[in-house]
Design a protein around this ligand. Structure first.
Ligand code: 6PG
Length: 504
């Protein structure tokens, strides 16, 4: 039969997206250069298919065949590695007869500027559309969070497909509606897919999602580090604390899986698995892109950036091991038995406040990019589609949704009355945690960058006045005055004995 969708790239994410599409009633023609992958998706669909349900996934061995098996106008979905592979597949589809009415959707973690370039360069040949996907393999299979962007006219054709396969949230509670079984379909609830904006906007938003993901992960790791090294707790004990935290304001997918990782024993040795995992973090680039964008935009995202640095520093394993022999830290005062409970409670609040700052930075960054590129991003809608399906899904995204619903142009999440009050209430615990960690010489770069962000943001007079003085001194870079209208520039003639002031 003629299929609804042509799918290219059947790696873990691609295969699961195909099965998800099939669950939702779409007929999919599936292609991969690796024939084994085509066979694997066909076998998976056949084994999962319930009695009485017709075959919905059909394998193709060539690009030309794929194009003839999909109804017109063609809709193709790509799940290939970000980068050149996307352009290669687009060229191959063009050669196979794809035309101006057809739509190609890139689902990879593409760099947003590549998406902008592609949309412009393919315009007129076919419609290049993108949807960033979050949620890992399980999300792809049973409902990811989707961040689509591109041509608004094409969105009408794409919308029902993406809404169908996305995660769903209960409209009243804001909690995910779980889908766990092949064949299961959820039609009620709010879909975690919404049109984000013109080409590039969706991938930018996904990039920032990943930046926040990096920060969130690093913050949890720092909490683990402190419980381990300041309190001497075992992986199991820490896993149990995280499970308790996962029941409250810190409830999130990342908290849940961190507890699971900590509670897992190594099948080889029986020791906690986490203690057998080498402490060198990998990365594929999206956190780095967020940090670079933050620097380029001049919109600070220090906690996200510190999370990228923390991964980089972790990879200097042999240097760290050598330095540990030479560089002495403080003679640390241990946390006494009597202080233990209070320390854990403080740490909980430190994690919560730092997390609020990481999200505040991510949203501020998206706001500045939206202004610069005229994307008209809707932050309540973005928070909404992150409530389920994606890696940073967390109960507190409901509060972020409400914050932006109440004030779409909120300058910073920290200014929302709910978050303002949360941080105010918990800040002393946050400060105590960072102070104690510093006194003990246990690194907490993300916690401390978050508190510096909060303190800098709420400081009316920063020492940048001296900085402007320094710049004017050695480079005649001029300064503005507190008693003169903004934009008027002054220079002090530092090298002349008279030290006269001139307006420039
Ligand atoms: C998601 C994840 C996903 C992925 C990234 C990050 O939202 O589903 O962010 O896109 O795990 O590739 O990976 P790194 O940690 O390797 O950069």
């Amino acid at each position: 039969p003629l299929c609804d969708i042509g799918f290219i790239g059947l790696g873990v994410m691609g295969k699961n997206l195909v099965l998800n599409l099939a669950d939702n009633g779409y007929k999919v023609a599936a292609f991969d250069l690796d024939k084994d992958k085509v066979d694997a998706v066909l076998a998976a669909e056949a084994s999962e298919r319930a009695e009485g349900i017709e075959q919905r996934v059909f394998g193709c061995s060539e690009m030309n065949e794929l194009v003839t098996r999909v109804k017109k106008p063609h809709l193709f979905i790509l799940s290939v590695p970000a980068g050149e592979a996307v352009d290669r597949v687009c060229s191959a589809l063009l050669a196979a007869g794809v035309g101006a009415e057809d739509v190609i959707i890139d689902t990879g973690n593409s760099l947003w500027t590549d998406t902008v370039r592609r949309e412009a360069s393919y315009r007129g040949q076919f419609v290049f559309f993108s949807t960033a996907v979050s949620g890992g393999e399980v999300g792809a299979r049973f409902g990811p969070s989707l961040m689509p962007s591109g041509d608004k006219k094409a969105w009408a054709m794409i919308e029902p497909v993406l809404e169908a396969i996305s995660a769903k949230v209960d409209a009243n509670s804001g909690l995910p509606l779980e889908r766990t079984q092949p064949g299961q379909v959820i039609t009620e609830g709010e879909p975690c897919a919404t049109y984000i904006g013109p080409a590039g906007a969706g991938h930018y938003v996904k990039m920032v999602h990943n930046g926040i993901e990096y920060a969130d992960m690093q913050l949890i790791c720092e909490a683990y580090h402190l419980l381990r090294d300041a309190l001497g707790m075992t992986a199991k004990e820490i896993g149990e604390i995280f499970q308790t935290w996962d029941k409250g304001v810190l409830n999130s997918y990342l908290m849940e899986i961190s507890a699971e990782v900590l509670l897992q024993d190594d099948p080889e040795t029986g020791a906690p698995l986490v203690e057998m995992i080498l402490d060198k973090a990998g990365q594929k680039g999206t956190g780095l892109w967020t940090a670079v964008s933050s620097l380029e935009q001049g919109t600070p995202a220090p906690t996200i950036t510190q999370a990228v640095f923390a991964r980089a520093l972790s990879t200097l394993k042999s240097e760290r091991v050598a330095a540990a022999e030479v560089l002495q830290g403080p003679k640390s005062e241990p946390v006494s038995e009597a202080e233990k409970q209070a320390f854990i409670e403080s740490l909980h609040d430190a994690l919560y406040c730092s997390k609020i700052c990481a999200y505040a930075q991510g949203f501020a960054l998206m706001a500045s990019a939206s202004d610069e590129h005229d994307w008209g991003l809707d932050f309540a809608a973005i928070a909404k589609i992150w409530r389920a399906g994606c890696i940073i899904r967390a109960v507190f995204l409901q509060s972020i949704t409400q914050a932006y619903q109440a004030k779409p142009k909120l300058a910073n999440l920290l200014l929302d009355p709910f978050f303002q009050q949360q941080v105010e209430q918990k800040q002393m615990n946050w400060r105590r945690t960072v102070a104690k960690a510093t006194l003990m010489g246990i690194p907490c770069p993300a916690f401390s960058s978050a508190i510096s962000y909060f303190d800098s943001y709420r400081t009316a007079v920063l020492p940048a006045n001296l900085l402007q003085g320094q710049r004017d001194f050695f480079g005649a870079h001029t300064f503005e005055r507190t008693d003169k209208p903004s934009g008027e520039k002054f220079h002090l003639n530092w090298s002349s004995p008279a030290r006269d002031l001139t307006q420039v």
